[in-house]
Design a protein around this ligand. Structure first.
Ligand SMILES: Nc1ncnc2c1ncn2[C@@H]1O[C@H](COP(=O)(O)OP(=O)(O)OP(=O)(O)O)[C@@H](O)[C@H]1O
Length: 605
């Protein structure tokens, strides 16, 4: 977010953005709302002139009956204006409320669309998280605040214009006086707005951390660890400290501007009081007639109230402009391309790709060159942190390499979305959606969920028996936090994640530690049937359990971000280096024969 105040052009663009959103959300109510603001404001000016004329007329009529009739007519006119204004206010209140809700829904949808169109790597930047958080809260609050305060500003401004016309027709010289009375408050409002921009940006990280700490203290997922490790106290301490920091800064800000606003207000009131005294003096000297003085007093009151309201509302609107401009920027990127149909491939390869995570000095992948052929089961092995998951994410289009190319059938891929469409991936830290079992399996499928296909995918993943026996079968919500919801064991969840990958008809399937939580029988079953389960598809299997990947067509060994070996199990065992060492360490654990070390010293490449 820009720390500087916005230029006029940027402010206008932000206002246009909100108006366009509201227009798209509900054009009929927006039009009604804007029109009534203008009509009501004009009505005020008309009522003022009517008041002056009624007073003048009743003063001019000599007999009592005539004076009474004129006064009554005036009162009826004013009463009618009052009734129409009350009814209109109630109606506009309803229109405004509905329009706000619809605009908020549309703005939030824009944020979600924009966030999902951003590449995964953006999530590694703290700035991006700040932007998303700001965009979400702007969509929820500031957009509608700008809309409602903008409507009030419009009403106040048209009111000022209407009353000014009435003033000019009554006592024109009052206008500059009232304007001067408002000037100090305008200056304070502008200064406050500017400082507010800076303060929000300063406190963005603080707010994000507070939300995170609060989630740790109240969320279901962290609840068990917070209790097991007695973390409540230290976490609460941190939360309190963060709050104190925010409250201190906000208090300094509020106090400083309250003082300045008070001085400005007293100055303005003094000016208005002086104007009133001048009017009374003019009346006593006979320079002005009583009706004119009364109308002028009413106009002074109305004008200064309208000016104050315009100022307050434009301060509120102004305070939101920077956020809205930021939101406009966030949602203004090119729309995500519609998902193309998955394409067939014969080879998926990388040529000397390197990748490093933002903020990390060490590359996670270095000059990696691999080739996967259609229909193969390829295993990716290596120690923790060797780059397996990162390589899988590059191959599935979730990350763009810093250098080197990923090729599809030998042709370099420029749009990673093409890779994403063709892939299904079961992550190590897969998602557990707080939705029904059917949704957890079929949600990602463009054609929508087909019950038979969902059941078939669950069957293949070994999840069918568990899911069928849930209270509402596949319609059971998988979250005990929701009514009627239940939880699954970690292994059962993993089967659901596998079913999700089965359901997605992709040519390329990545299974990242797919059996970490499965029991021995389920694991052995998955690996022995993997080719049957994914017929004709290419599978990249990441696993630390080397005994289970020995049947893979091709094994790629990563070490510290580099490919150090590749080949079949037999090739690599014969090579007797990195893979063989890791394999024999594990094999030894299941055997009485001490087979490790293969040879003295460390091997690589
Ligand atoms: N989001 C991230 N930001 C910064 N560095 C990261 C991030 N994710 C991974 N890394 C680093 O990149 C390197 C490769 O990580 P990666 O997750 O690809 O390893 P891995 O081989 O899959 O490990 P494991 O076997 O533990 O799953 C590691 O050094 C890791 O610390």
């Amino acid at each position: 977010m820009a720390a500087r105040p916005l230029r006029f052009r940027e402010k206008a663009a932000a206002v246009r953005f909100v108006l366009a959103l509201a227009w798209r959300a509900d054009r009929r109510r927006l039009a009604l709302l804007l029109t009534t603001q203008v009509v009501m404001a004009v009505g005020q000016g008309v009522a003022l002139l009517a008041l002056r004329d009624v007073l003048a007329h009743s003063a001019a009529v000599s007999d009592d009956r005539g004076r009474l009739a004129a006064t009554l007519t005036g009162l009826v006119v004013l009463g009618a204006v009052g009734v129409v204004s009350s009814v209109t206010q109630v109606c506009t209140g309803v229109w405004e409320q509905v329009l706000k809700l619809k605009t908020e829904a549309l703005a939030t949808d824009r944020v979600a669309t924009a966030a999902c169109a951003v590449e995964l790597a953006a999530y590694e930047h703290p700035d991006f998280h700040d932007r998303v958080e700001r965009a979400v809260s702007t969509a929820e609050q500031h957009t509608t605040t700008l809309l409602t305060s903008g409507v009030s500003v419009l009403r106040a401004i048209t009111g000022i214009v209407a009353v000014t016309v009435a003033v000019v027709l009554t006592a024109w010289w009052l206008f500059p006086l009232v304007l001067l009375a408002a000037l100090p408050s305008v200056r304070v409002a502008v200064a406050r707005q500017r400082r507010n921009f800076g303060l929000r940006a300063e406190l963005a990280e603080n707010r994000r951390m507070r939300r995170y700490l609060l989630w740790l203290l109240t969320g279901r997922a962290p609840a068990q660890e917070v209790r097991a490790f007695d973390l409540a106290e230290p976490l609460r301490d941190r939360l309190v400290r963060r709050f104190r920091e925010a409250v201190d800064k906000e208090t300094v800000f509020v106090r400083h501007f309250a003082r300045r606003a008070l001085v400005a207000r007293l100055f303005g009131d003094l000016f208005v009081a002086t104007t009133v005294v001048v009017l009374l003096v003019m009346l006593s000297r006979g320079w002005l007639a009583l009706p004119t003085v009364l109308a002028a007093l009413a106009a002074t009151y109305l004008l200064s109230t309208q000016l104050r309201m315009a100022m307050r509302m434009s301060e509120t609107a102004g305070g939101t402009l920077l956020f809205v401009a930021d939101l406009r920027d966030f949602t203004g990127g090119p729309p995500a391309a519609p998902a193309a149909d998955p394409e067939e491939f014969t080879t998926l390869s990388t040529d000397r790709i390197s990748f490093h995570y933002p903020g990390s000095g060490r590359p996670a992948l270095r000059e990696v060159t691999v080739e996967l052929r259609a229909g193969e089961v390829v295993a990716l092995v290596g120690e923790n942190g060797s780059g397996k998951t990162t390589l899988a994410k590059v191959l599935t289009g979730l990350y763009r390499p810093d250098s080197g190319t990923v090729s599809w059938n030998g042709e370099p891929v420029t749009d990673p979305a093409r890779l994403r469409t063709a892939s299904a991936i079961v992550f190590q830290d897969f998602q557990r959606y707080k939705m029904t079992a059917a949704d957890n399996i079929g949600l990602g499928h463009a054609d929508g969920a087909d019950d038979t296909a969902i059941a078939a995918a669950a069957e293949l993943a070994g999840a069918a028996a568990v899911l069928e026996n849930l209270p509402r079968g596949y319609r059971t919500t998988l979250s005990p936090e929701l009514p009627g919801g239940v939880d699954l064991s970690l292994g059962q969840w993993q089967r659901v994640a596998l079913a999700r990958a089965f359901f997605r008809d992709s040519r390329f399937v990545v299974l990242d530690e797919p059996t970490a939580a499965l029991d021995a029988r389920a694991e052995a079953d998955l690996f022995s049937r993997i080719r049957k389960l994914y017929p004709g598809r290419t599978i990249l299997l990441i696993s630390h359990r080397l005994l289970t990947v020995r049947d893979a067509d091709h094994i790629i060994v990563l070490h510290d971000g580099e490919v150090v070996e590749q080949g079949t199990h037999d090739d690599l065992m014969a090579h007797g280096k990195h893979y063989a060492e890791l394999y024999l360490i594990q094999a030894a654990a299941y055997s009485d024969v001490p087979t490790y070390p293969v040879r003295p010293g460390r091997v690589s490449g």
